[in-house]
Ligand binder design. Structure first.
Ligand SMILES: NC(=O)C[C@H](N)C(=O)O
Length: 286
């Protein structure tokens, strides 16, 4: 089992060695799993539980002061599941897996996704707030009036941002899986959903390989970044080149910043980003 993980594209992170150690642990945990789906879920769960990353515990806060999580998961047979806008759900990737394996759908959102999580034994009502997020929220000069949507939007445009999303791609022989999980972007409008749970944008997978994207979610969705990277694998390009080309196309089309990890044939792992930083880790045998 070969696994690559990322901890989000963005500005240089605080505590890079400590973050790298968690990414290494996530990749190694995934590489020990029995199936590619178990691998990407296990790797992602490690990152969702670590407060340094913007996924699960430590996710970003939306404009109404609520942390909501999103995730997507896809395998080489084009089976996919995603879940979005879930308050109190640490392991969003497990809910994406429930959607993929237990429902006829590809995306379930909001309180209904939380109910689905609960029905299949995924923990809900988890406290996702960390010290850092509490301080960031309390340090704001003012807080938006949640009853005034237009006023909130004007206020948000000044504050909006985000990084530290997580993702994993695994290959074992012919089998491939890709997963991405996030708290979204800092102070996005309540209910905003980014690229992460959208097939082809935040995650994508075919028999040729898989990809997990991170960065400015609205721009990633506009160009379906993960799909672009996998299309390059499908065209026979090695993983690093597939990732590079996808990011070049993304930058040309949007002028924005993002990163992508890719796993192609025989556990060929690649990555590219045009943000200032993106930490990754690779583990397991080719
Ligand atoms: N940090 C990120 O990668 C954010 C994520 N792509 C989103 O827009 O929700």
């Amino acid at each position: 089992m070969r696994v690559i993980v990322h901890g989000g594209a963005g500005s240089p992170p605080e505590e890079p060695p400590e973050r790298q150690a968690v990414l290494d642990e996530a990749a190694a945990t995934g590489a020990d799993a029995d199936t590619v789906t178990d691998a990407v879920c296990a790797a992602t769960r490690v990152l969702e539980s670590d407060p340094r990353f913007n996924a699960g515990v430590g996710g970003t806060v939306q404009s109404d002061g609520i942390i909501r999580t999103d995730a997507g998961l896809m395998t080489d047979d084009r089976a996919a599941g995603a879940a979005s806008s879930m308050p109190g759900v640490e392991h969003a990737v497990d809910v994406a897996r429930v959607v993929k394996e237990e429902t006829p759908h590809v995306l379930v959102s909001g309180v209904h996704a939380v109910d689905l999580a609960d029905a299949f034994g995924v923990d809900t009502e988890v406290d996702l707030w960390t010290e850092r997020r509490t301080e960031q929220w309390e340090d704001l000069d003012d807080h938006p009036d949640v009853t005034d949507t237009r006023g909130q939007l004007d206020w948000l445009r000044e504050q909006f941002g985000g990084s530290d999303t997580v993702g994993a791609v695994a290959r074992d022989g012919d089998r491939v899986a890709a997963a991405t999980s996030t708290g979204g972007r800092w102070l996005a409008l309540a209910g905003r959903v980014g690229d992460v749970p959208q097939i082809g944008s935040g995650f994508y997978c075919t028999a040729a390989g898989g990809a997990s994207a991170t960065g400015a979610g609205e721009d990633i969705a506009r160009v379906t970044l993960a799909r672009r990277a996998v299309d390059h694998l499908d065209a026979g390009r090695p993983a690093d080149e597939a990732a590079d080309r996808a990011i070049e196309e993304f930058a040309d089309l949007t002028g924005s910043t993002a990163g992508v990890i890719v796993m192609g044939d025989d556990g060929d792992a690649g990555e590219a980003y045009n943000s200032e930083a993106m930490q990754t880790a690779v583990a397991g045998d080719k």
